[in-house]
Design a protein around this ligand. Structure first.
Ligand SMILES: Nc1ncnc2c1ncn2[C@@H]1O[C@H](COP(=O)(O)OP(=O)(O)OP(=O)(O)O)[C@@H](O)[C@H]1O
Ligand SMILES: [Mg+2]
Length: 393
């Protein structure tokens, strides 16, 4: 109990969003990260294209960049699995961002604690910071081949996708989702073991209610904002229509937050016995889903073709990047792993155009250099081979 309370106190400090216009990476240093013993890249602010054969280390570079934002990185890996096989100690990623507001140095990595566990650490301009604070300095979004199943898999991956969209605007969202889920698990454990006293259960339910409503409201807001950008988008990517499907989210559309909060608190209290027997929590924002429709075809995304689903995902990513660019005054760093190879020539051209129009630094990867030829002259090409990478002459 004490631990949960201490954690709750530690979690109350939210990182601010600094609206600094720094969105390009000018320097990247890796050490003992996956297949890289060390890697040093010095870059300009332009689009970056990584090419090389399978297994060369392209995705690993994008994964390293993904750790410059809070969370578990684009592979959602365990910190230890990221450490180069056979390397002692810890891995690190260091980067210098630059833009109109000046430069800032970001660093992150794994350190081993005294108890032998591992922990992610972060530094901003040489000062130790919570990894959550990275979101205030750099906007980052990615699209990877693992996300190709987003519309087919269960709701949890779509919920995570939605929560990352929210996080770009509300750095406190991740903390709230985490706090809600911890309180929910603690309540489920007490109910299952049958030893929860009413006061402690009520305290946990109060936490779930307060954080749950805030989470649901932030999701609704993020989806409404994204829908505006999706609707405004022109060009060759399909228009997506989004709906957040969740009980609290639906209630918030019809009643003021205080009322929804009261209803949810009553619902949790009334369901204690049922939840205890079922070993879970019947209702709440942990069950929310993000429903996506292809507007042109009037079909749910899961019934669209593989290429159409990819195009929908790209449309969502670009719309969110545009939204974030407007919000921060600087476009996010976009990591697009193996996105280009799936597109026909017309869509490829459309993607390159959109990425250029966004004006930030996009990182594109692929095995076939030829498909990136339209970017020759406007992008910097990096050849990746056997855990080594360098700028092409
Ligand atoms: N912890 C680790 N230590 C050492 N090597 C690793 C580690 N984790 C992954 N690798 C290796 O890194 C190599 C490069 O992986 P990566 O996913 O970056 O390749 P890629 O260039 O994206 O290839 P593809 O085109 O197939 O997607 C792989 O051979 C992989 O086995
Ligand atoms: Mg790869």
């Amino acid at each position: 109990m004490l631990v949960a309370r201490e954690q709750a106190i530690a979690e109350t400090e939210a990182p601010p969003i600094a609206a600094a216009a720094r969105s390009a990476l000018h320097r990247l240093r890796l050490s003992d990260f996956r297949c890289y013993r060390t890697l040093a890249l010095d870059l300009s602010g332009r689009t970056v294209v990584l090419t090389g054969p399978n297994g060369a280390g392209k995705t690993n570079i994008l994964e390293a960049l993904s750790y410059l934002s809070p969370g578990r990185g684009l592979r959602r890996a365990r910190l230890r699995d990221v450490l180069r096989a056979g390397a002692p100690g810890a891995w690190s990623v260091a980067a210098r961002l630059a833009g109109p507001d000046g430069a800032v140095d970001l660093g992150t990595g794994m350190t081993v604690t005294e108890q032998g566990g591992d922990r992610r650490t972060a530094r901003i301009d040489g000062q130790t910071a919570a990894p959550a604070a990275l979101a205030g300095t750099l906007g980052l979004q990615w699209l990877t081949p693992q996300m190709d199943r987003l519309f087919i898999d269960g709701p949890s991956s779509r919920r995570r996708f939605l929560d990352r969209l929210v996080l770009a605007f509300d750095p406190d969202h991740g903390r709230r989702v985490g706090a809600y889920e911890r309180a929910m698990r603690e309540r489920a454990r007490l109910l299952r073991d049958g030893n929860g006293d009413d006061a402690w259960l009520s305290a946990l339910e109060a936490r779930m209610t307060a954080d749950g409503i805030a989470v649901a409201a932030a999701r609704r807001e993020a989806v409404a904002r994204l829908q505006r950008y999706l609707t405004e988008a022109r060009g060759d990517f399909p228009r997506a229509e989004l709906t957040v499907a969740g009980t609290l989210e639906a209630d918030l559309a019809e009643a003021p937050a205080v009322e929804v909060e009261g209803r949810f608190a009553d619902c949790l209290r009334a369901n204690r016995r049922r939840d205890g027997e079922a070993g879970g929590t019947a209702e709440g924002p942990h069950r929310t889903d993000l429903l996506v429709r292809h507007a042109g075809k009037d079909l749910p995304a899961e019934q669209c073709s593989t290429g159409e689903q990819k195009a929908l995902l790209i449309a969502l990513t670009l719309a969110n990047a545009r939204a974030e660019a407007e919000r921060r005054g600087a476009p996010p760093l976009l990591l697009l792993d193996e996105v280009v190879a799936h597109l026909d020539a017309r869509r490829r051209a459309a993607l390159f155009e959109e990425v250029q129009a966004l004006g930030g630094q996009a990182w594109l990867s692929g095995t076939d250099r030829a498909v990136f030829e339209p970017l020759a002259g406007s992008a910097q090409f990096i050849a990746v081979r056997d855990g080594q990478a360098g700028l092409e002459e």
